[in-house]
Design a protein around this ligand. Structure first.
Ligand SMILES: *[C@@H]1O[C@H](CO)[C@@H](O)[C@H](O)[C@H]1NC(C)=O
Ligand SMILES: *[C@@H]1O[C@H](CO)[C@@H](O)[C@H](O)[C@H]1NC(C)=O
Ligand SMILES: *[C@@H]1O[C@H](CO)[C@@H](O)[C@H](O)[C@H]1NC(C)=O
Length: 413
């Protein structure tokens, strides 16, 4: 019995060993050509994809974007912005640009081309930028028709004269009492010596009626904003509209995504944000440096959007940030070829939507020294800010894509 069993076991062992040998040899004899084939197929696919990607058209000619280090008092180190409340939450989209008239009424521009008057509880439409029909307004595809207001200002000589900067319909005024509307700068027309104005973004109206406004790009309109960001070239400019003769001239050329613009309290200088460079420039309007440009703040912790006056007696500014800087942005910045592939594969929106959302507003004095940074890491309440309206420390917060107006009472802080 024992011998038999042992023998049996040996036989079983031997046969199973043989089967395994057979299996091995089978897999070797079949596997070699199969792997050769898959390798070949893989190689050809990769090569073909690379060739396809290479020959796909691209509208951008991207360059390296080096933002340098990050200067911050305490990067992400507080949650003050989370103390904000949301007004009209879910009822509106993209409030950007704020103005306040002689009666204390507040105005903002919305994603669907409307200018609205609002207080904390009510909102009414004042005007629509584009002509009818309005059926499709609120979609990116109809934006150029419906209009998109990005900057609002009240005249310093008439508290009911509203200046409007629309990125498709140019610089206009609306008289809030008479309803009279006027086009000051027709951005589809050509002005001698001025490159095309494709993306008028923000403006400042001086006491004498002069308007300085930014054009983010001569190449891409707002509905192609990501292309402008991905290209990273100095396609923008600061323009000057002279009200005495209606002329438009270039004040500063070759700006990197020129965006927010604001004047110092005494109007001796302007500051202009260069969104794709995370920095803010200073442009002298008075004194020996008149007409000259220098860096006001650089290596900012985020991507700056609009700039508005602080209510501090000594002046100063509030800077809204569309995004905080993060590793993904740094990598994208240093590898233009990767950005180009994303553009070719139409992945830019997906990438933009998957970037982390962290809110930040920053207050600085007129010398560019940071006074405070208010964060909302994780974007719990306020994931991005396009503009701050500071009413004696009560802050209203716009956002280019937010579905609310933020309000933060910071008057006791
Ligand atoms: C807000 O506006 C509405 C409509 O004009 C008005 O009835 C309401 O009293 C206003 N609220 C405040 C706090 O002023
Ligand atoms: C703006 O300029 C374009 C091109 O010259 C012209 O067709 C259009 O009528 C002008 N719009 C206004 C409001 O003047
Ligand atoms: C208004 O003031 C600004 C800044 O000082 C100056 O550049 C501009 O030429 C003035 N405009 C007019 C129309 O006087």
């Amino acid at each position: 019995m024992e011998v038999k069993r042992r023998k049996g076991k040996g036989e079983w062992e031997a046969s199973s060993h043989r089967k395994e040998e057979q299996r091995k040899s089978k897999s070797i004899s079949l596997g070699r050509p199969r792997c050769k084939l898959c390798l070949l197929v893989t190689l050809v696919s990769v090569l073909l994809s690379l060739v396809l990607i290479a020959i796909l058209p691209t509208p951008i000619d991207p360059v390296i974007i080096d933002l340098g280090g990050i200067k911050s008092k305490s990067f992400g180190g507080n949650a003050y912005l989370r103390e904000a409340i949301r007004l009209f939450d879910g009822e509106i989209k993209g409030p950007e640009g704020f103005a306040i008239d002689g009666d204390g009424n507040m105005y903002t521009g919305l994603h669907d081309g409307r200018i609205v008057l609002f207080n904390d509880t009510h909102m009414t439409t004042v005007m629509r930028m584009g002509p009818p029909p309005y059926d499709n307004c609120g979609k990116l595809t109809s934006e150029s028709h419906c209009g998109r207001v990005l900057g609002l200002e009240i005249s310093q000589s008439d508290p009911y004269l509203l200046y409007i900067c629309d990125c498709y319909h140019g610089i206009q005024t609306l008289h809030l009492k008479t309803g009279h509307r006027e086009v000051l700068v027709n951005t589809t027309a050509t002005y001698p010596g001025v490159p095309p104005i494709k993306f008028s973004n923000d403006m400042v109206v001086l006491k004498n009626g002069s308007v300085f406004f930014t054009d983010s790009s001569y190449k891409f309109a707002r509905n192609e904003l990501l292309m402008e960001m991905y290209e990273g070239r100095p396609n923008g400019k600061l323009l000057h509209y002279n009200p005495t003769d209606g002329t438009v001239s270039v004040a500063i050329g070759e700006l990197h995504f020129a965006n927010g613009v604001c004047a110092s309290k005494d109007e001796s200088f302007l500051i202009i944000s260069e969104t794709s460079r995370s920095r803010i420039l200073k442009y002298h309007l008075k004194g020996p440096k008149t007409g000259q440009t220098e860096i006001f703040m650089n290596e900012l912790p985020g991507v700056p959007d609009n700039i508005s006056p602080s209510s501090k007696p000594g002046g100063g500014f509030w800077i809204g940030f569309a995004l905080l800087r993060n590793e993904a942005l740094e990598v994208l910045g240093h590898f233009p070829a990767i950005r180009n592939v994303f553009v070719k594969l139409r992945l830019t929106r997906l990438i933009a939507e998957s970037l982390p959302r962290n809110g930040l507003i920053m207050e600085c004095d007129e010398s560019g020294t940071v006074i405070r940074e208010l964060y909302d890491m994780g974007g719990v309440k306020i994931p991005s800010v396009s503009e701050v309206l500071d009413l004696n420390g009560v802050l209203y917060l716009g956002s280019y894509d937010g579905t609310y107006i933020g309000k933060l009472d910071f008057s006791n802080k």
